[in-house]
Design a protein. Structure first.
Length: 155
């Protein structure tokens, strides 16, 4: 066998061994990864990426009332384009629960968010967030979100 073929077969064998040994992520790990990604897009004010995580039939429950994806997209886009921004975002105490069938999940956590509002400066708030994820046609999407403000932690 020519030397080049030995190297090729060795490389193919290593690639196959790597792909076989790398187990797919569990649904819980998938949701944790997606939560990291959606929150990173939010923190970066990356609207194009951020809104890809939401289902078209999203219902969001925010401190100022319920909304839909089209309304949320319009409002948040106007806020960012008007000079508003997320200055910093940190989450903690993440808990993910997955349905027995592995096609729905709930992620809940605490969030500390610094927001720059035009004409008002930067304010920092603490929130509790719950995201409900459904896996439809092989893709995880947030179908429900509940976001409520928490008072400052005791000192």
């Amino acid at each position: 066998m020519p030397a080049g073929h030995s190297i090729l077969f060795a490389s193919l064998g290593a690639a196959l061994a790597t792909s076989v040994s790398a187990a797919p992520l569990s649904p819980e790990q998938q949701i944790r990864t997606l939560e990291d990604q959606v929150n990173a897009a939010y923190a970066a004010n990356d609207l194009a990426t951020y809104f890809t995580f939401y289902a078209d039939d999203l219902r969001a429950l925010y401190p100022d009332g319920p909304t839909t994806l089209p309304a949320y997209r319009t409002e948040w886009t106007a806020f960012i384009k008007g000079g508003g921004a997320i200055v910093s975002f940190a989450d903690s105490d993440m808990r993910v629960q997955v349905s027995p069938k592995g096609d729905s999940a709930v992620a809940s956590y605490l969030a500390t968010v610094a927001t720059r509002t035009p004409g008002k400066g930067v304010s920092t708030s603490r929130f509790s967030e719950t995201d409900v994820w459904f896996k439809r046609a092989g893709q995880w999407k947030i179908v429900e979100i509940h976001y409520s403000e928490n008072p400052a932690p005791p000192k």
